[in-house]
Design a protein around this ligand. Structure first.
Ligand code: MIG
Length: 765
């Protein structure tokens, strides 16, 4: 399409710059500045959170509720002082420069951040320029190829099918216009609350200045200040929402392929896992389970009795997830109900002239539901009954950028968006595709999640390829079509960590690589770090060689088994991290800069990952490599495998033969573990083993039934001080003992009778 797909327009009109402040008017929650025809509104939502809106013609747009979960009025009013040109909260100082109108921000120690250098508009566009401070680095931006820090890059927010993406690519499947700027002692976040095509330029055009620009009439963004990235994410997810706790089985290993194309093949795969004793919880069914790619159907030849198949899988401890694409086969002459019913209920996206929008995708000519409308989401959600009633427990949404081409699939078609002026959303609310393109995947995932919520009285799993800010409320995210290349294994690390820094915690990349063929060595190394991915799923494309854990021979199979087993042993710890994330928005998989924001040595560290705050992996991501450098930040660290102790603030050389992914634990770590199981909750835990590393630390273990929507739960708080451990449980646990290991010192077994305990490992050993 010649329009503006993925590009800012070529009209290079001069910008009209915001002029002088004529007057300042106080309102309940902030101020409105009048500058000629324009108005600038500052709304103080929390001591560290301010919304900024610029309306060039002085009229603010009505609120769009699409990503922001919490309207301004619902924030508890916070005190602020307004004195002449200055607003003060308990955390920041905002200075209004009058001529011309520019906003300057300071933390309590007087350090500047996010200073405006300009604000302006031109036909169809609005922008704001701000100063980059020395040593400032940029993270987040949702799903992004490349390494961790995005300084000197341009990041466009426009969802697209990023097929064959590479490090240099800009637009991706997800569009999340949020980032975190970091320098020693100062962190701030910017959320650009605009769904239209937008772009961040992090000093690429003008070193020392970053710009945000959007094809919108109004500038609308939030400034979040924090003492560390954790506070930024807590506030950002208070705005855009947090991940609900997923079913615990979704934390197990998932096996996928395009496609396990018959019921027999699926059964065979399931059988291999169990007979080889490689733990696995989930099998995904890719597009070939359908009848001619018609959503909400099953192939009568290849999957004649899905209910029976899924029931058998269930008995063996497997959950089933099916792919669901948005394109509904255009079939006026057939009796395919989703098409006819959707048409009768007027669910599909139409052109401005009222005709149906269509494009070509797997079912050939297809039409597309307008997921922006609640009644369409309801309708779609209800159709998922055809899947849940045969036992499906999770839905995988693909192609929802949306991805469609202009010619029958298989021809050399080009990807097209819907026409930019196609209306979407409720009539009157005025959304066109230009405004809502980035929201298509988000709302499809929402339809899936809301539908499953109504159809099932327990938690379900949703996975989506596309999304917008706040997608974590509805779905897990995987990083689309990566490749079986070492470079892609490496790139998955910063990609997933930047997603985590964008509020999206439940993330993973296809283990082994989707396109192309992995070697055994690549596969083994990928499975090792895959154990750290919040979503641990192996997947591979049509026409590639098989990529299951056993196809590369015994040595690689043993490595896969060992690391998947370790994943299952770590489930009590991992599930607690999911719970933490659902409460605070904290990422599960974290770059070191998240925990050590004042240590600039962590700012470019894209190849070391923390699972929670204390467990670190330093994976190998090159062939033939048996040693690698590892940076240990301040404090004391222990080698996970040998228990060897290291002082931090240094680089060490780790030995990493193929069987070994280097892993380290921080002093004071408390890591609750369970026995290996073949699937989540295969049997009750007879002994919970808690590994504690001498030092100072605290950890609250969270446990529930892993399934219920509003579960009863119990917590156990552990505190360690040197070699003394205090344990404070919320409840007693029957039929389970707890073995507390003070690593390198000794172990003690206790009964979980509900009483508080204190263990002293010095006197004991
Ligand atoms: O046009 O459903 O990213 O995971 O296996 C390709 C087939 C469509 C793209 C997804 C991939 C999936 C594949 N899909």
């Amino acid at each position: 399409m010649p329009q503006v797909f993925g590009k800012l327009p070529t009209t290079r009109q001069p910008w009209i710059s915001l002029g002088n402040v004529d007057h300042i008017e106080k309102h309940d929650r902030g101020v409105i500045l009048t500058c000629g025809t324009a108005k600038l509104r500052l709304t103080i939502l929390a001591a560290n959170l301010v919304r900024v809106q610029l309306a060039p013609q002085g009229e603010f747009l009505p609120r769009r509720s699409w990503a922001v979960n919490r309207p301004d009025e619902e924030w508890e009013q916070v005190p602020f002082e307004l004195e002449e040109n200055e607003i003060r909260t308990s955390q920041i100082r905002v200075v209004i420069q009058r001529s011309p109108c520019r906003i300057q921000w300071f933390d309590q120690s007087g350090q500047p951040f996010a200073h405006d250098t300009d604000m302006g508009w031109r036909m169809g566009q609005i922008a704001c320029w701000k100063r980059i401070e020395t040593e400032e680095h940029f993270y987040g931006f949702g799903e992004r190829a490349g390494l961790l820090d995005k300084r000197s890059e341009v990041k466009t927010n426009w969802t697209k099918d990023a097929l064959d993406y590479d490090a240099i690519d800009d637009e991706m499947y997800q569009a999340i216009p949020f980032f975190i700027a970091l320098r020693p002692q100062l962190t701030y976040g910017i959320f650009l609350n605009i769904t239209h095509l937008s772009q961040f330029d992090l000093g690429a055009s003008e070193p020392g200045i970053w710009r945000m620009q959007a094809q919108s009439q109004e500038l609308d963004y939030y400034v979040i200040h924090g003492d560390a990235p954790a506070q930024i994410l807590e506030t950002y997810t208070a705005l855009t929402g947090r991940m609900p706790l997923p079913p615990k089985w979704a934390l197990g290993y998932h096996q996928c392929r395009w496609s396990y194309e018959t019921a027999e093949v699926v059964q065979q795969i399931a059988h291999e896992f169990r007979s080889r004793k490689i733990p696995c919880d989930v099998i995904h069914f890719d597009i070939d389970y359908m009848n001619g790619y018609r959503v909400f159907t099953w192939s009568p030849k290849r999957f004649p009795d899905p209910a029976k198949l899924i029931q058998q899988l269930k008995q063996e401890g497997f959950k089933t997830v099916t792919i669901v694409d948005p394109g509904v086969k255009y079939e006026p002459d057939g009796d395919y109900l989703p098409y006819h019913e959707g048409l009768a209920k007027d669910c599909f996206v139409r052109n401005a002239d009222g005709s149906l929008v269509y494009g070509y995708v797997w079912p050939d000519k297809a039409v597309f539901p307008d997921f922006l409308r609640a009644e369409v989401r309801q309708w779609w959600g209800e159709w998922q009954r055809t899947l849940t009633e045969v036992g499906v427990e999770g839905i995988w949404n693909d192609m929802n950028e949306p991805a469609l081409t202009d010619r029958p699939f298989g021809d050399e078609g080009v990807h097209i968006p819907f026409p930019m002026d196609a209306p979407q959303g409720n009539p009157g609310e005025g959304g066109t595709h230009a405004e809502t393109h980035n929201l298509y995947g988000y709302n499809m995932a929402r339809a899936s999640a809301e539908g499953l919520r109504q159809l099932r009285d327990q938690r379900s799993f949703v996975l989506t390829r596309s999304g917008f800010a706040g997608i974590q409320r509805w779905s897990a995210v995987w990083t689309g079509d990566n490749q079986s290349l070492w470079e892609h294994l490496e790139m998955s690390l910063p990609m997933l960590m930047n997603l985590g820094l964008s509020g999206v915690s439940f993330v993973g990349s296809d283990i082994g690589g989707f396109a192309g063929n992995a070697t055994g060595e690549l596969f083994a190394r990928w499975m090792q770090i895959g154990m750290f991915y919040p979503l641990m799923r192996g997947h591979s494309s049509l026409t590639t060689a098989q990529h299951e854990p056993w196809v590369f021979g015994e040595r690689v199979e043993a490595i896969c088994r060992e690391y998947i087993e370790l994943r299952y042993q770590l489930l009590p710890y991992l599930y607690t991290l999911f719970w933490q994330s659902s409460q605070t928005g904290a990422p599960i998989l974290r770059p070191l800069l998240y925990e050590y924001p004042n240590d600039s040595k962590t700012y470019h560290l894209h190849d070391q990952l923390l699972l929670g705050s204390h467990l670190m992996a330093a994976p190998v991501y090159r062939p033939g490599v048996e040693y690698r450098a590892v940076y240990l930040p301040e404090g004391t660290w222990f080698d996970w495998w040998t228990g060897e102790k290291y002082e931090g603030n240094q680089h060490i050389l780790a030995h990493a033969p193929l069987e070994r992914m280097p892993m380290y634990v921080k002093a004071g770590a408390i890591i609750p573990m369970q026995p290996v199981m073949q699937y989540v909750d295969e049997h009750p835990i007879a002994q919970l083993k808690v590994r504690i590393y001498p030092g100072v630390g605290e950890f609250t273990l969270y446990e529930d039934d892993g399934r219920s929507l509003n579960p009863d739960y119990r917590t156990t708080t552990f505190q360690v001080n040197d070699t003394i451990v205090k344990i404070q449980p919320s409840h007693a646990v029957r039929d389970r003992t707890m073995l507390v290991e003070m690593v390198g010192v000794g172990e003690q077994s206790i009964s979980e009778d509900g009483s508080a305990k204190q263990l002293d490992f010095h006197s004991h050993t």
